[in-house]
Design a protein around this ligand. Sequence first.
Ligand code: HDE
Length: 679
Amino acid sequence: MKTTKGAGGETHQQTTDRDRTMTSAQGVPMSDDQNSLRAGARGPGLLEDQMMRDKIFHFDHERIPERVVHARGFGAKGYFELTDPIPDLSCADIFQRKGEKTDVFVRFSTVAGNKGSFDLARDTRGFAVKFYTKEGNWDLVGNNIPVFFIQDAIKFPDLIHSVKPAPDRGFPQAQSAHDNFWDFISLMPESMHHTMWAMSDRGIPRSFRTMEGFGVHTFRLVDAEGNWSFVKFHWKPRQGLQSVVWNEALKINGADPDYHRRDMWRAMTEGQPPIWDLGIQVFDQDFADRFDFDVLDATKIIPEEEVPVRIIGHMVLDTPVDNFFQETEQVAFCTQNIVRGLDFTEDPLLQGRNFSYLDTQTKRLGGPNFTHIPVNAPRCPMHHFQQDGHMAMHNPSGRANYEPNSWGEDGGPRENPEIGYRSARKDGTEAPVRLRAESFADHYSQPRQFYISQTEVEQMHIADAFTFELSKCEREDIRARVVSHLRNIDEGLAETVAGNLGLEMPEAAEPTVAPRDLKPSDPLSIFKNGPDSFAGRVLGLYVADGADQGLVEALQDAGEAEGAFVTVIAEKVGGATLSGGRELAGQETFAGGPSILYDAVAFVFPEDDGDRLAGLKPLADALSDAWAHGKVIGYTAGAKPLFDGVGLAEPDGPGAVALGSTDAQGFITECRALRHWNR
Ligand code: HDE
């Protein structure tokens, strides 16, 4: 390659290699990519300049409509491995052979914000999985919350309009803390169950890697004879459940709006590929008839105590996308994409989704041929007579494009009753009505169960979340209406929230069906299902010049041996000179690496510089945030003045670990705990 300067000082990097030659989209080689064609050096541009037109035209069309919901997403690739085949339950090819791997594409997302919004909004997260099975693509388009806001798809546009920016002012972005949302919610009591989950720490996950995923609806598994059972799908993260606290979320959104994407990228590229177990809850019509709630109602869970989750395989996400737009942006999930051995149920939400997803992809991707884009294309043989339309890449070959035909072997594909998709036997259909079944009417029992299944700290977070959100509502009647629903869930919660808002306790909302007391269920809590190691989490190691080299190296080694990431934060990004003379490179500076970005922190400062370091504001913020957020904090004697400076004269509280030169392993072991809320 040759580099030359043009007449205006611009750089021309030129090649004589045909394979590296830049061309237009038509394949015509470009001689100059710096200057448009002009009538003389200072003359006007020429309309004739086809090379510039080709380039700018394409640029002008780079954007496609963002998803109307779940616009902000992050994709990852990997595989699903079957460990416990279920041929007795389903003839789906993917569920037949132990140890077989199937490629997957996953897209995680937030719901409300636009494509450029921040990762740590309080929101439901999308958890959509495309399985490229040998008998076609199966899309399990789920969320990180096992229930949904509404029972009938016809209410979806209203729900989404209410949470998105108000149409007159165009804000607030990526938030539910406003009148329109709570107005709608408080008029739709069926949404209270989902709302309890969203106001819990599930709404602000630490990472995509530490969230559960749920198929939400009840589906059907179908065996080779056409017999079916009901099924609910669960993804359980091996990383344990983890979330941040609201104060941290607010700060992280400023410090690193890409917090979740960056975390996922790092885990996949630095040897910590996340793993989820796939679990199924299988039950029959008898159970459905006996169960307290309607299994077709997507606002209800089936507690694991009643139908245990059976793990049948796991998914490993080990590969980032090659190109964000090509894969993450263009991936088209459709709930209607199921394979032989699976079937829908009559859940009115699922039925509505089956229309919506196909429709939205046609608009977003510009036509019916989006299955020709590699991320959406099946990886199994595919033959049909569908043809033409925008951007058709694979029209049928040969003379016949219809069926039946008389062209014999040359006549193209034919139906196959043996492996072809068949709907499961369903009972006779009823006459169409616009009616909500009475079995969908209990809106409070499961929210109540969710609440009493939480630890005390989690309950406090729920009360804080309701308080924050409702304090952003300008209309008092809306605040009061939400609290009137909380009274049917838990009187204590309602009182706390009303007290925090300075609100007179409203009458309880009139329930259609009186709520029942269900038993608490441990799987509903995050804290009861946390991680058992520090692997995959991040230690923020704050070091200054002259820091104890032996200790710094021991912390790095112990952290790495645990499978944790260690980020060095130094005064200058060039790094710090340690006590033994080693130059340690920094990844962040004190000002650019606030402690909210790390799961645990250690301050390794030399004693003789402690007073000066204690005067640095970013370090004081790092310590006081880490303390307030319950994180494990390691510190050397040189960091004591920092504690004094923020008013923590007694640093030896729970999770505060004094570090001598030999204490690295003990500190990392301490980091295995989630947070220390009892400070
Ligand atoms: Fe979606 N939803 N949804 N949704 N949804 C979309 O499809 C819709 C619902 C979910 O990463 C859209 O491609 C309706 C439940 C995820 O690409 C759209 C209803 C659950 C994603 C749509 C629901 C979801 C979407 C927008 C009410 C959890 C992101 C862009 C019946 C089980 C997929 C698109 C991705 C995306 C419609 C309710 C999950 C408009 C009508 C319940 C994870 O088709």
